[in-house]
Design a protein. Structure first.
Length: 555
């Protein structure tokens, strides 16, 4: 295998002790003579997105063995966003991205694997897998575990988004608790990641567009023969990747990131993609900033009519041909780079040669008839966000909002105020001290955004936070405000009643206060005491960077 050092763990007289240990788990001379392929799994039993990944890994290992390798599986943690939502557990979710990447890196180095297959499902497991691939730069391939099909309730298809918004509807009085119970019982009918174009499917689409998967890896649902076929193909493919010595950083070029963000925009993807693509680029050594991301996405129309703002889910994308259909439309329009490499050897344009646009469907629109003319993200700036904030244009209900701030220092307090009907049309709900350092962990605000939507305020209330939003959030929601409040960012200086002005067209986010008033408030501001002083949360708070830099941890 040219350019590749194989059998790093097992070759040579000096590796006899290592071989002895591996014989104890049943490996034979024949097994030990083959390349050792690490299967980095994110299986956990405690949530549906990754519940089935042990079975998926078995298919990957079957593919590795059939292609002449010896697979060895190892596991990481995985924290579920939907289950962690709305309580202290959400602080663990973004931190888990770093822990998962760290653990895969440690496993790869500790066992000196010749190549890797990484398997993700729920939101943070996916960028974490790719971050680890970029760090180790071993011959590698990524595999998504697939998403959940929709449930059905009262004659309509539903997802977990409907359950979160149903809780708001109960507090508003437009749904009964009994109806909400019936909805929760059917919204998630089986295993797989959340079905809409939320963060999981956003990232699976982006990673396919980066070129790090087998073709059409993102769309097939979890409970399907096609998903298992993709697992087997990935196992076989990694052996070819090892043979050609193709490394993640060979694939992760600036042009590949531009392709990925164009696809995210066309799919109407989650704002979390901004955070995660910055983090992956950092690990790959590719220069990328939030202005680059807006530039990549702003010229791309939204083509896929997907939840949370649209009609369909990822299983519908699968039926009409998957993410390659979207990529082919963008390729033909000159909106993505044709010559970027993929792990399986072909260029992106070669991979898409046989892809055709399916007739008689409205899941994926053409560029001549887009869902919305402007896709992607708006990077907002102003005296409230000097280093930027992120608005999902495709989920925004309007282009401007001006109103008084209602300021909360914790997500729980904002949610309680909404439940108690203390938020009224015209308000700007501000949730601060929830950024990467301040939370710590930059919690998602789906409980709050869903309550706002559920109470009928989607078109009359804005939400601004230094935390994040779930991919299921929609409305005029601005997150990732940087610098965050915990480091003295302007969000920390707001008071109830301050007039906040949002202008999406101008990409501006301002409070109507003079520079002198802001300076006086800054002089009087004192940083709050850290919420954690020991353990992983404290370590993360000390190491994490701004959301505008991907919230990566640096020493």
């Amino acid at each position: 295998m040219p350019g590749t050092v194989r059998n790093r763990l097992t070759a040579g007289v000096e590796r006899a002790p290592q071989r002895a240990m591996l014989r104890a788990i049943g490996l034979t001379d024949e097994d030990l003579e083959k390349p050792i392929i690490g299967i980095a799994n994110t299986w956990v039993e405690a949530q549906p997105c990754n519940y089935h990944l042990r079975e998926v890994a078995q298919k990957v290992k079957e593919g590795v063995r059939d292609a002449g390798g010896t697979p060895l599986e190892f596991n990481t943690i995985a924290v579920n966003d939907a289950i962690a939502m709305g309580h202290e557990g959400m602080k663990a979710v973004l931190i888990s991205r770093e822990v998962i990447a760290d653990s895969i890196e440690l496993g790869a180095v500790g066992y000196q694997f010749d190549a890797l297959v990484t398997i993700g499902g729920c939101d943070k497991t996916q960028p974490a897998c790719v971050m680890a691939m970029a760090r180790t730069n071993l011959p590698s391939i990524y595999l998504y575990g697939g998403s959940i099909p929709p449930g059905e309730w009262n004659g309509k298809r539903v997802t977990i988004q409907d359950v979160f918004e149903g809780a708001g509807a109960v507090s508003r009085g437009t749904m009964t608790a009994e109806q909400l119970h019936d909805l929760e019982c059917v919204a998630c009918p089986t295993y797989g990641a959340c079905g809409g174009m939320f963060t999981a499917n956003t990232m699976s689409s982006a990673i396919e567009a980066l070129g790090l998967t087998v073709p059409n890896c993102a769309a097939p649902i979890a409970p399907s023969e096609l998903r298992m076929q993709k697992a087997y193909e990935s196992g076989r493919a990694v052996m070819k990747i090892l043979e050609t010595n193709t490394r993640p950083r060979d694939i992760l070029t600036r042009e590949a990131f531009e392709n990925a963000m164009a696809v995210v925009a066309a799919m109407g993807g989650s704002t979390n993609a901004v955070l995660h693509m910055l983090a992956i680029a950092f690990e790959a050594g590719v220069k990328l900033d939030i202005d680059d991301i807006e530039r990549m996405g702003s010229k791309v129309p939204e083509l896929a009519d997907l939840k949370p703002a649209g009609k369909y889910v990822m299983s519908d994308v699968d039926v009409v041909g998957g993410v390659p259909v979207v990529m082919k439309l963008l390729l033909d329009a000159g909106l993505i780079h044709p010559g970027t490499r993929t792990v399986t050897g072909e260029t992106l344009s070669e991979r898409l040669e046989t892809t055709t646009y399916p007739a008689n469907q409205d899941v994926i629109h053409t560029l001549a008839d887009p869902v919305r003319k402007s896709g992607g993200f708006a990077i907002m700036r102003g005296n409230l966000a000097p280093d930027g904030a992120v608005l999902k244009v495709t989920g925004a209900s309007r282009n401007a909002h001006r109103g008084p701030a209602k300021v909360f220092d914790r997500e729980e307090d904002a949610f309680q105020a909404i439940k108690e009907k203390k938020i009224v049309p015209g308000d700007v709900v501000v949730v601060r001290y929830e950024g990467p350092k301040g939370g710590p962990g930059m919690r998602e605000m789906l409980v709050v955004t869903a309550a706002i939507v559920g109470q009928g305020f989607k078109d009359s209330v804005a939400l601004i936070t230094d935390g994040r939003f779930s991919g299921a959030s929609h409305g005029l929601m601005i997150g990732h405000v940087s610098p965050e409040a915990a480091v003295g960012g302007p969000l920390a200086l707001l008071r109830d009643g301050d007039i906040v002005n949002v202008d999406v067209e101008k990409r501006s986010l301002n409070v109507e206060l003079s520079e002198a008033e802001l300076a006086a408030r800054k002089a009087a501001w004192r940083a709050p005491a850290p919420r954690y002083t020991h353990g992983v949360f404290a370590k993360y708070a000390k190491l994490v960077t701004s959301a505008s830099k991907g919230a990566v941890c640096v020493v």
